[in-house]
Design a protein around this ligand. Sequence first.
Ligand code: PGA
Length: 238
Amino acid sequence: MTLVNAGPIDAWADHVAARLVGRLAANPALRLCLPTGLTPLPVYDRLAAAVARGDVSFARAEVFLLDEFGGVAPEDPGRCDRTLARALVSRVDLPADRFHRFALSGDVDEECRRVEALVGAGCDLTLLGLGTNGHLGMNEPGSAPDSLTRRVALDPSTIAASARYFGRSTNLPTWGVTLGLGTLSRSGEVWVLATGAGKSAIVRDTMHGPVSSAVPATLLRDHQAAMLIADEEAAALA
Ligand code: PGA
């Protein structure tokens, strides 16, 4: 895994968006896995602007949602599919049937097997946020390096952090579904994104701490094409 310090937050967002536009221009049928969370939002704004300008198109791309909260009403605006739709998908020209998300009203294990099969040999490019506990998607500490798409229990810190998506502090989800670390490892490229001083310790540990399932992000350190793209604050201790 290579660490890229992309400078102040605006330069960081420009950098990530420009790289992604480049990948999409080179391969319009790019198969992308995308996260929600707060970190990628400035990147998604720039991508939407690039599509509006006609610089690039998602018309032939495919987007796989990284993870989803369970036990939440389909119309709840805090769901990951709703969040990614608002932040990016509804603002670009991605055909609706190329936005792959989780349907959790039926058999959850069966749905996870369906998504795993759909990802198949792997995405071309995966963007990930970085949890302060090192989680990737909902692969919490303890997740196996070869884990596949599955139902998971959320770490108490992740449950607490989800309050910012749901706009409430009670009745928060306690489980979710996520592409696994093995699923993500099959991606041709992986870009882990981190911004802000609050991520500086986990960026340091991801790059330099022991490789261990206690810090899931370290398990991608040996991926052949993984980058941790941080802004200057998140990169400060690494
Ligand atoms: P954030 O979340 O982008 O909102 O910081 C990242 C994560 O917890 O995976």
